[in-house]
Design a protein around this ligand. Structure first.
Ligand code: AMP
Length: 119
C-alpha cells in the first residue's frame, strides 16, 4: 500500500469519482480521457499507484507494462481501426500532470501537430 494520497486515477479505480470505464482486469483499468485529444483517447492505468512513470514501471514490473500494451492494442481494435499511438508523458516538462503511471491510447485521426510535442 502506498502511503501517498490516492491519485485521481486511484479514486476512479475505487469508484470515488466517476469515469467512462471501458475495460478492467485484476491489475489494470481503462477509461476515456476527460479532455480527449483524438477521436479515441483512452487512458490505460495500473491499479497500483506505486509507479510514478513508465521508467519506474518498466524497471520494476515489465510484465505489467506488457499487459498495458496488450490492453491498448485490444481497445484500439475494439473502438477504432486498430492503429493507435501510445504516449507516456514522463515528467512535468513533458506534460505529465498525474504521477500515477498511465498510457494514453490515441486513435481515429491523431493530430500530428498537437500530439507530437508536450502540451
Ligand atoms: P498526463 O498529462 O500525461 O499526466 O495525463 C493525465 C490525463 O488525465 C490528461 O489527459 C487528463 O485529461 C486526464 N484526466 C485528468 N482527470 C481525469 C478524469 N477525472 N477522468 C478522465 N481523465 C482525466
Amino acid at each position: 500500500m502506498s502511503i501517498e494520497e490516492p491519485s485521481i486515477f486511484s479514486k476512479i479505480i475505487a469508484r470515488e469519482i466517476p469515469a467512462d470505464i471501458v475495460s478492467e482486469t485484476d491489475d489494470l483499468i481503462a477509461f476515456r480521457d476527460i479532455a480527449p485529444q483524438a477521436p479515441l483517447h483512452l487512458l490505460v492505468v495500473p491499479k497500483t499507484q506505486q509507479y510514478r512513470n513508465v521508467v519506474e514501471l518498466a524497471a520494476s514490473d515489465p510484465g505489467l507494462m506488457a499487459r498495458m500494451v496488450a490492453m491498448a492494442e485490444s481497445l484500439a481494435a475494439e473502438h477504432s481501426s486498430g492503429d493507435f499511438r501510445l504516449v507516456f508523458n514522463t515528467g512535468e516538462e513533458a506534460g505529465q500532470t498525474v504521477f500515477h503511471v498511465h498510457a494514453h491510447v490515441l486513435a481515429g485521426g491523431v493530430d500530428e501537430g498537437t500530439l507530437a510535442k508536450p502540451r
